[in-house]
Design a protein around this ligand. Structure first.
Ligand code: TPP
Length: 277
C-alpha cells in the first residue's frame, strides 16, 4: 500500500507538471508540495464517490490554499471525477478548470477557493453544520503556512475549538515558504504547533512526503474527542523538481528550455510525454 501511494504521488506530480505546462503558467511548487497529502486523502481516507459527487453524507475536502488548484484537479481526474483529458484545457478560455478551484463548475470540488484565509473558515462552518445535523462526515481542510498569516484563519480556529468540532481535520502544508520569501523573514509562525495547541486544537506533526506517516496521523482523528485536529505536515515547496525545491523565486514561474529538460528528468518524464495528458 505504501509503495502504491508513493507511486500515485509520483504520477500526480507528473500530471501536475504536464497540466501546468499545457496551461502555460501556474503554481508548480505549491502544487508539488502537497502531492503525498492529496493521494493519502483521496486514495485512503475520503469517503467520496466520483459517481455521486454531491452525496449528502460524503466527507468534504477543501483546498484552502486554492492557488494549488491544479494539484486538486489532477487528483480528482486520477480518482475518476472527470476525464483526465479535461486537464489539457486548464486555464484556457471557457474551461471549467481555472487557475483556482470552482465548486460550481468542477465535479468533486467542495469549495471555491483562492482568496487565502477563506476556505478554512468555510470548512469550519460545514463541520459545524454537520454537528448540528448529527451527520458523521468529516471535513478536511488543507491550508498553506503562508495562508496562516491571515487573521481569518485564527478566527476560525477559535470558532472550531469553541464548538468542539472534532469532525474538522486541518492539515497545514508547512513548507516554510510563502509567495515571496521564507515565512521567518516575513512573519514567523514559529512555534506553529504550540500556537494551534494554544487555540484549543490537538496537534500531530508528520513528514508530509511520507505517505505512511500521514496515514498514521489521519487514522487517529479526532486526536481527542471534542477537539478539532491539526496535522502539521513538514514539506518541501517544489518537491520533486531539484531546482524548484525551497527556492522562493519559483512560486509562479515557468521553466525555460534548459530548465525544462532538468524538470522532465527529475520527474521521469520524456519530451514525448509532454505531448499528451
Ligand atoms: C487573500 C490573498 N492574498 C494574497 C494572495 C496571493 N497569493 C497567492 S499564493 C500566496 C502565497 C501563499 O503562501 P502559502 O500559503 O505558504 O502557500 P505555498 O507557499 O505553499 O504556495 C499569496 C500571497 C491570495 N491568493 N489571497
Amino acid at each position: 500500500m505504501t509503495n502504491e501511494l508513493a507511486q500515485r504521488a509520483q504520477e500526480l506530480r507528473q500530471l501536475i507538471f504536464k497540466t501546468i505546462y499545457w496551461a502555460g503558467g501556474g503554481h508548480i511548487p505549491s502544487s508539488l508540495s502537497i502531492a503525498e497529502i492529496l493521494v493519502v486523502l483521496y486514495f485512503r481516507f475520503l469517503r467520496v464517490d466520483p459517481q455521486d459527487p454531491h452525496a449528502q453524507d460524503r466527507d468534504r475536502f477543501i483546498l484552502s490554499k486554492g492557488h494549488a488548484g491544479v494539484a486538486l484537479f489532477s487528483v480528482l481526474a486520477m480518482k475518476g471525477f472527470f476525464d483526465r483529458k479535461l486537464l489539457a484545457s486548464a486555464c484556457h478560455l471557457g474551461s471549467p478548470l481555472g487557475g483556482h478551484p470552482d465548486m460550481v463548475k468542477v465535479p468533486g470540488v467542495d469549495a471555491s477557493t483562492g482568496s487565502l484565509g477563506h476556505g478554512f473558515p468555510y470548512g469550519a462552518g460545514i463541520a459545524f453544520a454537520g454537528k448540528q445535523d448529527q451527520k458523521d462526515y468529516k471535513v478536511y481542510c488543507l491550508l498553506g503556512d503562508g495562508e496562516c498569516q491571515e487573521g481569518s484563519v485564527w478566527e476560525a480556529a477559535i470558532f472550531a475549538a469553541q464548538h468542539k468540532l472534532d469532525n474538522l481535520v486541518a492539515i497545514t502544508d508547512y513548507n516554510k515558504l510563502q509567495a515571496i520569501d521564507f515565512l521567518d523573514n516575513v512573519g514567523s509562525l514559529s512555534p506553529l504547533a504550540d500556537k494551534w495547541k494554544a487555540f484549543g486544537w490537538e496537534v500531530v506533526e508528520v513528514n508530509g512526503h511520507d505517505t505512511e506517516d500521514i496515514s498514521c496521523a489521519l487514522k487517529k482523528v479526532p486526536f481527542k474527542k471534542g477537539k478539532p485536529s491539526m496535522v502539521i505536515a513538514h514539506t518541501v515547496k517544489g518537491k520533486g523538481i531539484s531546482f524548484m525545491e525551497n527556492a522562493p523565486i519559483w512560486h509562479y514561474r515557468m521553466p525555460n528550455t534548459e530548465e525544462l529538460k532538468i524538470a522532465l528528468k527529475d520527474l521521469q518524464l520524456s519530451e514525448e510525454d509532454l505531448k499528451s495528458l
